[in-house]
Design a protein around this ligand. Sequence first.
Ligand SMILES: [Zn+2]
Length: 561
Amino acid sequence: MGGLNALVSAGLCLFPAVVLSAAAAQDPAPVLAHATTPEGRAILLRLQFRKGLGVEGKMLPRAFLSKGVDPGGWVPFESLSPEGKRWALAALFPEDLWRQDEVRHRVRYPEVESVWTMAALFTGHGQNYDRLMAENPDLPEKLRVGDLWRIPRTLLSLDLGGAGRGPDRSQPEDELDDEARVSAYRGLLSFGEDPLGKYAAYRMRKGEALYSSVVIRYTDRVDPKGVNELADAIARRSGIEDVRGIQPGQLIKIPLKFLADPFQSEGSSGLAEEREVRAEVRRTVRVEAGPKLKGVRIVLDAGHGGVDSGARANGIWESDFVYDIAMRVRRLLEQETEAQVSSTIRYPGLGFKSREAIVTPSGSAEILTTPPFAVDGESPSAISVHLRWVLANDLFASFRKAKGEAQKTLFLSFHADSLHPSARGSMIYVPSAALVPSTFALGGAKTGHVSEARRSAWVAFTGREKLQGEARSRQFAETLLRALQKERIAVHANRPIRNVIFRNGGKWVPAVIRYSTGATKALIEVSNLTNEDDAASLREPGFRERYAVAVVNAVRAYYRK
Ligand SMILES: [Zn+2]
C-alpha cells in the first residue's frame, strides 16, 4: 500500500534533473583579468561562473571599498564602493559603452558570464535577469562573444548612477495576510469564454512576468519545467508570440483547468473547499502556552540525508543545509524554552550539532527509531520518509498518554527546493484537508523490526480533524512568514503558503505532513536552491542562524492567544 504513495512523496524536493548539470565539477575555470588602479597599482580581477566578480583586495584603494570592508583576500563586487564598482566594471569590460541613457555591454567571457551575472553586476539584483532579457528581445539567453546587451539607465543600480530598481515584483497584495492576499489575487481575474473554451482573464501589471505573476501565482506549478511549459501554453492561448515582449496591460487567458483551487470559478468544488478551510481558520482559537512554551511537544524533521542529498543547484545541496537549520532550531528551543523537543533524524558523525562550514554531503544519517534506521543504500529512501511520520506520531502518542495536551503538538519538516529560478525565498506547505486520507496503514515487511512502526504505522483522521489540521497549520504558516519577514528573510512573492504539490500532472501532500497526527504541521522549504541569491544565503552560517531564530520566534508567537 505504501509503494506508490511512498515514491511520490519521496520525490518532493527532487527537481534536480533540470539543474544537476551545474555540478561543481563541470564549472568552467574562472576568468582572471589584470587591471590598473588610477594610482597605477596592478590588481587582479576574477570572474567566476555563478559566483560573480571578485577583486584582489590588498592593493585596492580605500575609496574603492565600502565602509567597514576588510580588504584581505578577494573582495566581492558587492563590497566595493560605488566608485570601486564603476572602476571594476570598466576594467573587466573595457569595450562597454557607458552612455547617458544606457550601458551597452559587450559579452567577453560567455563561458563564465550569464544574463543573471550581468543583471547582478549592473542592476544590483540577479533577479532582474528577466527584465534584462525583455530589454534585449533579439539576443539569445545563451551568451555569445561580442553580443551587445542594452542595459537602460532605469535598470542600472543606484551605485552605477541608475534608478536602482530592486527586483520589485512587489505589488499591493504583498502586505496582506494570506487569506486577504489570495482573495485580492482572485479579484484581479475575470472569467470569459471564446471559441477555444472558458478561461480566467488577467491583465499584466508593471514589473510582472508571465511565469511568476501568472503561472506561479494562479496555478499550483512551481517546478522549472512545469512553469516554463505552462507559461508557453498560456502565452499561445493568449495569442502571444514572444513572452519576453509582454507589456503591462496585456490580456492573459488562463484556461480554467490550470487554476489552483482558490481561483476556480463560482460553484466549483475546489473553491468550496478553499472557503471551508478559510472559515475554519477564522473559527480556530489559538492555543496559549506562554513564551517558555511550557507543555508544547515539538518534533523536528530535516529532509533527506544519508544516501539522499536532496535537491541540488548552484553548488549546494539540500540535506546538510536544512539539517543545520533544524539543529540550530533544536538548540535554541532547548536553551530558551521548556518545550519538549525531539528530532527524527541524526547524522552520526555530527550528532545534533550545527556547523559553520558545510563542505561535502554527509554520507550517513539515521532515522531515530528503535532501533535506528540507517538511510543507506540498502534502505529505499521511501521507507525512511514514512518512518519520519511514524516516529513523530509515536512520540506524540506517548505525549498524549502522559496527559500532554493534544493541541500542543507541532511537527516541522525542513527542506529546500529547486524551483523556477524566478521564485525566491521560503515557501511553506500545509496539508490540504481534501487530500489527507481518512485512513492509511503503512505496509511492507521492511519496517517490521522497528518498534514505533508496530505501534504507530497507521493513521485515521475524521473530516473534522483534517480540517482542523489544515487550519492550525495555516495559522502557524502565517505566523512563520511574519517572523521570517521580520528577520528580513525572503519569502515567495506569490502565495508563499501552499497546500498541495503539483508536478507531472499529479497533486499530493508530502507524506510527512499528510500522515502527521501533530495538531500543527508544516513542511518548510527554506530556500530555492536554483535561485542564486537564495543559494548564496543558505551557504552563510549567519543566515542559517537567523532562519532558526525566526522559526523559534514563530513558534513562540504561535502559542499565544
Ligand atoms: Zn526536500
